[in-house]
Design a protein around this ligand. Structure first.
Ligand SMILES: Nc1nc2c(ncn2[C@@H]2O[C@H](COP(=O)(O)OP(=O)(O)O)[C@@H](O)[C@H]2O)c(=O)[nH]1
Ligand SMILES: [Mg+2]
Length: 384
């Protein structure tokens, strides 16, 4: 069976676009007084500068929902939280009614998934009224159970932030964690800068508390942790392999290894979504031709399997013109891992998209093999 490299790249691009369109919508409510650093935090954690460029729409008297067309994240903003206890109570009531409305809708896209309660760590204490707000919110949130994270913003002075964290812990609030963060560097003068930190921890905590169906979205929108993106991408690859070949014992004729392609296309689409980057057809074409069999515009199933096997460090060859389900799994893993290393390099800018457009299939394939060998060695040395 002959396969058209260009067609596979087109299928992948379509699958990528469809995957991104179908991502579930993540909704985070951000609560805290004006000036604590909510907008700075949102713009630092997520791509697309939502707090600056998003469109706010009032959903209740006190709550605005900020969204952007085609972007799978919305922020519930609560302006005026500093304007006294009546206002705060109003915000709490309205937030809870939004939460219940979301649950009633039965639609994950409409639910409030998490609350970031922001306290400025520079003040080094939390007001009793804020503790009360959190306690009463938890009380009313007992059944709805929307996770609350207390974010200590502008935690430039780490000791002070740690002391505040300890103080808040004493209240035994029903929250999933307290995270000190500095969203942006602070420059005191030319020689003294306080570096941004803590945002990765916040994303890890979100990863732990959000349901499975929102994990791809979380990774798609966050821009602070490459580690979290890679972790999710590895899980996608492992999941694709298990779903497709995990329990198969029937040898697959090499000539039919094209049947692996739909699984692999779906896997590539999900991994792309996790990295949250725009991928051009030329990058996908380069990737496909380099790993599936460089040289011509078409490849046959046999070549595909043969070339993918070369990506598996230390793997054997096909025996008797067939590959086992295990080997099919291995080469799919190899393809996925090669793609993850490519995405990572593009994400960090270690290779530029422009450069990739000029790279030959052989060069890219050699690069991917090298990368995977390195990864394997790293894993090996970590395990040993
Ligand atoms: N350097 C730095 N400035 C911050 C940080 N967080 C907030 N700010 C500053 O504090 C001010 C208020 O922040 P903003 O995000 O607008 O607060 P909001 O009212 O809660 O949305 C702005 O001048 C920000 O530049 C941070 O992590 N680093
Ligand atoms: Mg703001």
């Amino acid at each position: 069976m002959e396969l058209d490299i260009n067609q596979i790249a087109v299928d992948m691009l379509n699958a990528v676009n469809q995957k991104i369109r179908n991502l579930k919508h993540l909704n985070i409510a951000v609560v805290g007084k004006t000036g604590v650093g909510k907008s700075t935090l949102i713009n630092s954690v997520f791509r697309e500068n939502l707090a600056e460029t998003g469109i706010g729409r009032p959903v209740t008297t006190e709550i605005r929902k900020i969204s952007k067309p085609g972007y799978p994240l919305s922020i519930y903003d609560t302006p005026g939280f500093e304007l006294g206890q009546d206002k705060q109570k109003q915000i709490r009531t309205e937030l809870l009614s939004e939460i219940k409305k979301g649950i009633r809708s039965g639609n994950v896209d409409e639910a409030v998934h998490c609350i970031w309660y922001c306290v400025n760590a520079a003040s080094s204490r939390i007001e009793p009224e804020e503790v009360r707000w959190l306690k009463e919110f938890s009380e009313e949130n007992r059944i709805t159970q929307v996770p609350v994270v207390v974010v200590l913003t502008q935690s430039c002075f780490r000791k002070r932030a740690a002391a505040l964290k300890t103080e808040i812990e004493k209240y035994n609030l029903d929250i999933i964690g307290i995270v000190p963060v500095l969203a942006q560097d602070v420059n005191f003068d030319e020689d003294y800068t306080c570096k941004a930190y803590g945002l990765e921890t916040l994303i890890e905590m979100m990863g732990d508390c959000l349901p499975e169906e929102l994990q791809d979205t979380l990774q798609n929108v966050q821009i602070v942790s490459l580690k979290a993106k890679k972790k999710r991408a590895h899980a996608i690859v492992a999941g694709s392999v298990t779903a497709a070949f995990g329990e198969g014992f029937v040898p697959i004729p090499l000539a039919d290894s094209a049947m692996l392609i739909p699984t692999q296309v779906a896997m590539i689409a999900s991994v792309t979504a996790v990295f949250g980057m725009n991928i051009s057809k030329s990058i996908l074409t380069g990737f496909v031709s380099s790993v599936l069999g460089a040289g011509g515009a078409t490849v046959v199933g046999k070549t595909i399997a043969g070339n993918l096997l070369k990506l598996v460090p230390g793997a054997g060859t096909a025996v008797g013109g067939t590959i086992s389900a295990v080997t099919a799994g291995l080469i799919t893993t190899a393809l996925g891992e090669a793609y993850i290393s490519l995405m990572s390099k593009l994400y960090t800018g270690e290779i530029s998209k422009e450069r990739l457009d000029n790279v030959t299939g052989e060069e890219l394939a050699a690069f991917l093999r090298e990368e995977m060998q390195k990864e394997k060695e790293k894993e090996g040395s970590m395990a040993g």
